[in-house]
Design a protein around this ligand. Structure first.
Ligand code: TYD
Ligand code: MG
Length: 455
């Protein structure tokens, strides 16, 4: 099937090589050679399938920027509020969206669920599962979908043939790594296949104004598998994340040409599909009961949304020589830093203690505002003195033991007030808050806060 000519190009210096080799002989960089098509004998699949007959195909004309009408293309409502929010208000016609995430996290479930609820004619192409498997999953999720078509196929040529016949309004591909185009010989999932298939799909999306959703696998280190340029090619990159052993999942936009990347969507994986968590603080409320030592609540922000998070710490005497430090949902290096600050600035010798830290709900938090709650939880466990469940914390801790302000303070305090917290501990802030209905107490040094809480 040698129809096309491919060559290996170094992605670093652009040198051309006849075959793959580990090191580029020109620039001496390792692992930079990528196969590229230099001459296609056949037309790419989408061109071949569409021909000139397709009525929806448009040939773009230059337009004056002031005369471009943006109202002309309203977004498609996916009827999934969280999904719409992350996309920036719905699916943009002609956009290509890539959804990444670990295996088994629920990517197929999410898109199938979206697809079943779409009021548009949708084609769900799966290269991973059989039609029966998809039907079984659809039965778990719900409902009498009348617009959803399933195709199990991996050859892009065949997919485009079906598309020209049935003219779907939305196309979903599960997953891009399983697709294969005839014009390249390499196996499915290889760099050149992924790139070529994606560019055919992008061409299709742009020419027919059909939104395309792609599922992409991620590698062990959390990047979307395949060439990095895949992320540059598509319009939107979404990431579905969470702990597989917990039920909560977060949908995040890593890149969005049509909206902000600050929005997140929160879901809960249930036996019958994903439930949208419209009010994220309910995650905490369900667990908020009697207070325990070692537990503190942090007012954090996930994207643009305030989220109350429970931090649990366990400090116990080390049995073995080297004390253990473990953090789930929180950066271990940051935990070590906080322990060092506690030792140096507040005189707590935790060097002989095991310290375990856990963020409940299987959520991973990057927001530095959680630091103060981490400090409070650790010391609460260390002294075995419980903190009031009516108190929450929101500030960063610096290396000097100083308590530092964080962004969007007003939103955090408002959320705490809404949930009935009586007191929020924060850093001294320059601006005054409006009347919020909860007591706000500011400290500038952790020593002062510790004295206040534990004596
Ligand atoms: P799946 O969507 O197949 O993940 P991915 O496509 O990201 O690999 O994930 C399915 C997981 O979710 C699987 O372990 C079973 C679970 N699940 C539920 O808990 N409830 C459901 O209704 C469905 C469909 C799946
Ligand atoms: Mg899947």
């Amino acid at each position: 099937m040698a129809k096309v000519k491919t060559t290996w190009f170094c992605q670093n210096c652009g040198a051309q090589h006849a075959r793959w080799q580990g090191q580029c002989t020109t620039c001496k960089e390792w692992n930079t050679l990528v196969e590229e098509v230099v001459q296609k004998e056949k037309k790419p699949s989408w061109d071949a399938a569409s021909g000139d007959t397709l009525s929806r195909k448009r040939t773009p004309q230059p337009q004056l920027i002031t005369q471009i009408d943006v109202t002309e293309t309203p977004r498609l409502d996916t009827t999934n509020a969280e999904f719409n929010r992350v996309l920036g208000g719905g699916l943009v016609p002609g956009s290509v969206t890539l959804l990444g995430g670990e295996p088994g996290i629920g990517k197929s479930t999410l898109l199938l669920q979206v697809c079943l609820n779409l009021p548009y004619k949708t084609l769900y192409v799966s290269g991973e599962e059989s039609a029966q498997q998809i039907k079984m999953r659809a039965d778990r999720i719900k409902q009498d979908a009348t617009n959803c078509y399933i195709l199990t196929e991996t050859k892009t040529q065949n997919i485009f043939r079906q598309i020209t016949e049935m003219q779907p309004e939305v196309l979903i591909i599960d997953s891009i790594q399983t697709l294969q185009t005839e014009i390249i010989e390499s196996t499915a999932g290889s760099v050149s296949q992924i790139r070529e298939c994606t560019s055919e799909l992008i061409k299709f999306a742009k020419e027919t104004n059909t939104p395309v959703l792609l599922i992409g696998h991620i590698t062990k280190d959390g990047n979307i598998a395949g060439p990095k340029i895949l992320e540059h090619m598509v319009d939107t990159v979404l990431q579905f994340e969470g702990d597989r052993n917990h039920t909560y999942r977060i949908l995040r936009a890593l890149k969005n040409r049509f909206g902000s990347t600050h929005e997140i969507g929160i879901y809960e994986m249930l036996g019958h599909g994903l439930r949208e968590v419209i009010n994220p603080s309910e995650i905490l409320i369900s667990q908020r009961g009697t207070s325990l030592s070692g537990t503190a609540i942090a007012a954090t922000m996930e994207g643009m949304r305030p989220l109350m998070i429970e931090v649990q710490a366990l400090v116990s005497t080390a049995v073995y020589g080297t004390p253990q430090r473990s953090a789930t949902g929180y950066n271990l290096k940051r935990l070590n830093m906080i322990l060092a600050v506690l030792e140096k600035r507040a005189g707590f010798k935790l060097g002989q203690k095991d310290v375990f830290l856990n963020i409940t709900g299987g959520i991973t938090v990057d927001d530095p505002a959680i630091d103060l709650a981490v400090v409070a939880a650790i010391l609460s466990s260390n002294f075995d003195i419980e903190l009031s469940s009516q108190h929450c914390f929101s500030a960063e801790v610096g290396l000097g033991g100083e308590i530092r302000p964080v962004s969007s303070m007003e939103q955090r305090v408002n959320e705490a007030a809404k949930l009935g917290f009586e007191k929020v501990f924060i850093a001294p802030a320059k601006q005054k808050f409006k009347e919020v209905g909860t007591d706000v107490q500011a400290f500038s040094k952790i020593e002062d806060l510790i004295k206040y809480l534990f004596s």
